[in-house]
Design a protein around this ligand. Structure first.
Ligand code: NAD
Ligand code: 022
Ligand code: ZN
Length: 375
């Protein structure tokens, strides 16, 4: 069949809206009509050529929602008409990682996904016989895409596609980092570095978890109102703090009879390795946990003095908020439908596929929280 898609033909070039050929689903695969897709940082990381593992030509996009329109042989967990969210972190429930219950990083299709192909080693996308790569196993910048059955989460059919697509990455990453990775408890203190599309979801996750003090840190003062909108209790702009921000944050979080400062939980949502160090060092001695969510540029390294860890701070990282996609994503959609979490105000721009490159411009300008393309 044919599908309209935004194609990344070469690194650093704008996406081109083209008609592509799409082969139908093979064994264990499903054909999905994508109804909406968010535009996320990783798409830009790859489009720009900064990602050393980026493959071209490719159909990017990994934050979508749509409807199953066909299933290949052997598919049992979804049927035509089901509403689904594609999963860049699949959940096979059979590999050693899924069975371990200790990680969400399913390994069933990991190597082929990284090579931009389906699990059988071939691509379903082409133009004039030339192969086009899949991206993060999703390729949601195509109106139709083929996905492995284990890489779709079946969700409430009443939920609006143009909002729940964001659960395909940003919402689940931010809320999941709080609930699955940090396991934040009622009354906790927290610092969130970077109040963008991820940090704001960390903030609403902290509110959901019942955190007491939620400090947001951002270089952009416009983010103060955004943070407060989702539960932030204090805002710090590092530019307005003369010198080191770490002792400043430690001071803000002094509690208890011993008046030792430091937050119970801190989150890096910037991808800046210097910020990751600040986040670790403003965590409470003895028990503070710092969660790295931001993805740093290739070749970047983090550092701190071992003393920071010896005195009981923990450095953790999270992919897709530690969420097991097929199990956890439908629950997050239900939370949205029940009004427990908010999504609508974070979607600041809705575009048509023809306008997709504008979404990348808005991301660079810092004027959007999330741009969503509606097909
Ligand atoms: P964003 O650009 O919307 O937000 C980043 C924010 O950080 C901005 O508000 C910016 O002003 C602020 N900032 C930049 N430098 C800062 C500094 N030195 N101190 C304080 N604030 C600073 O980006 P986003 O969509 O929120 O994504 C954030 C990061 O999360 C990216 O690196 C992205 O790749 C990553 N991410 C990770 C996962 C995962 O599974 N681990 C999933 C999705 C996104
Ligand atoms: C999504 N991300 C950033 C913005 N939006 C993002 C990027 C990478 C990861 C998670 C989220 C990530 C963390 C750890 C891994 N990845 C490796 C997983 C593994 O090896 O099992 C990651 C993922 C997918 C791909 C590459 C890296 C890919 O499909 N190319 C989950
Ligand atoms: Zn993403």
């Amino acid at each position: 069949m044919k599908s309209r898609a935004a194609v990344a033909l070469a690194a650093g070039k704008p996406l081109e809206i083209l008609e592509v050929d799409l082969d139908g689903p093979r064994s264990g695969e499903v054909l999905v009509e994508i109804k909406a897709t968010g535009i996320c940082h990783t798409d830009e990381f790859t489009r720009s050529g900064a990602d050393p593992e980026g493959l071209f030509p490719a159909i990017l996009g990994h934050e979508g929602a749509g409807v199953v329109v066909d299933v290949g042989p052997g598919v049992t967990s979804v049927v035509k008409g089901d509403h689904v969210i594609p999963l860049y972190t699949p959940e096979c429930r059979q590999c050693p990682s899924c069975l371990s219950r200790k990680t969400n990083l399913c390994t069933a299709i990991r190597s082929t996904q990284g090579q931009g192909v389906m699990p059988d080693g071939s691509s379903r996308f082409s133009i004039g016989g030339e192969k086009i790569h899949h991206y993060m196993g999703c390729s949601t910048f195509s109106n139709f895409t083929v996905l492995p059955e284990i890489a779709v989460a079946k969700v409430d059919p009443e939920a609006p596609f143009d909002k729940i697509c964001y659960i395909g990455c940003g919402v689940t990453t931010g809320i999941g980092a709080v609930i699955n990775t940090a396991k934040v408890e009622t009354g906790a203190t927290a610092v969130v570095f970077g109040l963008g599309g991820i940090g704001l979801n960390v903030i609403q996750g902290l509110r959901l978890a019942g955190a007491d003090m939620i400090i947001g840190v951002d270089l952009n003062d416009d983010k103060k109102a955004w943070g407060e909108r989702f539960g932030m209790t204090h805002f710090v702009n590092p530019k307005e703090v003369g010198g080191d921000i770490v002792p400043y944050l430690v001071d803000m979080t002094r509690r208890g009879a011993d008046q030792i400062g430091g937050a119970d939980y801190t989150f890096d949502c910037t991808g800046n390795v210097k910020v990751m160090r600040q986040a670790l060092e403003c965590a409470h001695r003895g028990w503070g946990q710092s969660i790295v969510i931001g993805v740093a540029g290739s070749g970047q390294e983090i550092s701190t003095r071992p003393f920071q860890l010896v005195t009981g701070r923990t450095w953790k990282g999270t992919a897709f908020g530690g969420a097991r996609g097929r199990t956890d994503v439908p629950k997050i959609v239900d939370w949205y439908m029940a009004g427990k979490i908010e999504i609508d105000p974070m979607i600041t721009h809705t575009l048509s596929l023809d306008e997709i490159n504008m979404g990348f411009d808005l991301m660079h300008a810092g004027t959007s929280i999330r741009s969503v393309v509606v097909y």
